[in-house]
Design a binder for this molecule. Structure first.
Ligand code: FNR
Length: 371
């Protein structure tokens, strides 16, 4: 007979079969404060739930008797070939999930032959990440009041072989994340900025994350600053956080190389629509002039198929990657990406699509279609 302790160990060692099981494993392995930080959203967390639930209101319109004996999931993003349209979103502070931090995540990206966007608020430096793997890397950027600090990091990334800059444009202030306030969540060391700017902020408001952001982020950032960004780097610029046709048109006008439909994983303004509900408006406004990428709420391969059918060229995964990292380090991140890839492959086969470019608007029905 097994003791209860042994039984728990056996259960813990069981390989998760889907993202939700990885989430549960992460919940068990992380201190509550960090699990809440990673999993939580803003205020009532309405949009957090909606980001996931809105996918369930989209149904398939599958085709039969199509030769799907070979499925090609490869695609290109900004000219880079990747093995599937599944990339890694920028998420902050990976060392809170696993001691190897972003290095483990980047190595998993390389193993999966996909692109990783490194968060500006990473716990490993751009140099450490660059030297530890050969994955195609983009740097996510927050523009600080100290523009020179942001510019230096962009230039360090460019020198270290990063291939694009992802400007996150939905964070003039940090959304109110009440779990962090209650838990008195404190930022770990942000090594990228050591010697450049102090990130050790003390506050009496519970979490210091909000104080850190409001002290450092430049809330005056506006469309004209894309010019400034272009003056400090030759890398292509993507803009992340677009949710409306107005901003999509503006982004095309200022000449960005790509648009990311995102609501920051529902951590900023609560009651914005689920990203999957906002995607089509943006795709129609952009009219194919630049690639539209997508993130938010993806937990299944079917979700990825729906985003591609509604016009996304490829998608980014946020929390599931962190759950994989927290549960099983690099191996866990790799498993999460592979599981989603397997699920997408089956969805393609059962919908009658043998390659990513076969996935079309005709393969799904949204609520609007049913009106
Ligand atoms: C984020 N996100 C984010 N975005 C960004 O541009 N810079 C950042 O530093 C972070 N940090 C961050 C931390 C954590 C814990 C989460 C959950 C998210 C947002 C991220 O890039 C992405 O938009 C969402 O995570 C996508 O939603 P899902 O996949 O988490 O549902």
């Amino acid at each position: 007979y097994l003791t209860i302790k042994q039984l728990v160990q056996v259960l813990m060692a069981a390989e998760p079969v889907n993202v939700n099981e990885f989430q549960e494993l992460a919940r068990q392995s992380l201190p509550k404060m960090y699990y809440d930080f990673f999993s939580g959203g803003a205020e009532d967390q309405h949009t957090l739930r909606e980001n996931v639930e809105a996918f369930s209101r989209i149904t398939f319109h599958p085709r039969i008797l199509v030769d799907v004996s070979k499925i090609d999931m490869s695609t290109t993003v900004l000219g880079f070939n990747i093995s599937s349209p599944i990339m890694i979103a920028p998420t902050a502070m990976h060392k809170l999930a696993h001691p190897e931090g972003e290095i483990a995540t980047a190595r998993a990206a390389a193993a999966c032959n996909t692109i990783m966007v490194l968060s500006f608020m990473s716990t490993c430096t751009v140099e450490e990440v660059a030297s530890s793997c050969n994955a195609v890397r983009f740097l996510q950027l927050y523009v600080f009041k100290r523009r020179d600090v942001s510019a230096q990091l962009v230039q360090r990334a460019e020198r270290n072989g990063f291939k694009a800059i992802v400007l996150t444009a939905d964070t003039p202030r940090l959304g109110r994340r009440e779990a962090d306030i209650k838990n008195r969540m404190v930022s770990p060391r942000l090594k990228n900025f050591e010697g450049l700017i102090s990130t050790e902020v003390v506050t009496d408001k519970g979490s210091n994350i909000e104080a850190l952001a409001s002290g450092m982020f430049d809330a005056s950032l506006s469309w004209k600053d894309i010019e400034w960004l272009r003056s400090i780097t030759n890398l292509p610029i993507l803009i992340k956080g677009v949710l409306t046709c107005e901003d999509a048109i503006k982004a095309v006008e200022v000449g960005v190389s790509g648009i990311i439909v995102s609501n920051h994983g529902a951590r900023q303004l609560d009651y914005v629509p689920a990203t999957i509900s906002a995607l089509e408006e943006v795709v129609l406004a952009v009219g194919g002039k630049v690639p539209v990428l997508f993130d938010g709420g993806i937990r299944r391969g079917t979700d990825i198929f729906k985003a591609l059918a509604l016009g996304a060229q490829a998608v980014f995964i946020g929390r599931p990657v962190i759950y994989g990292l927290a549960a099983k380090g690099k191996h866990g991140v790799r498993r999460v990406i592979e599981m989603l890839k397997d699920e997408l492959e089956i969805t393609m086969a059962l919908s009658g699509c043998s390659s990513v470019k076969d996935i079309s608007r005709r393969h799904v029905r949204t609520e609007r279609d049913r009106l």
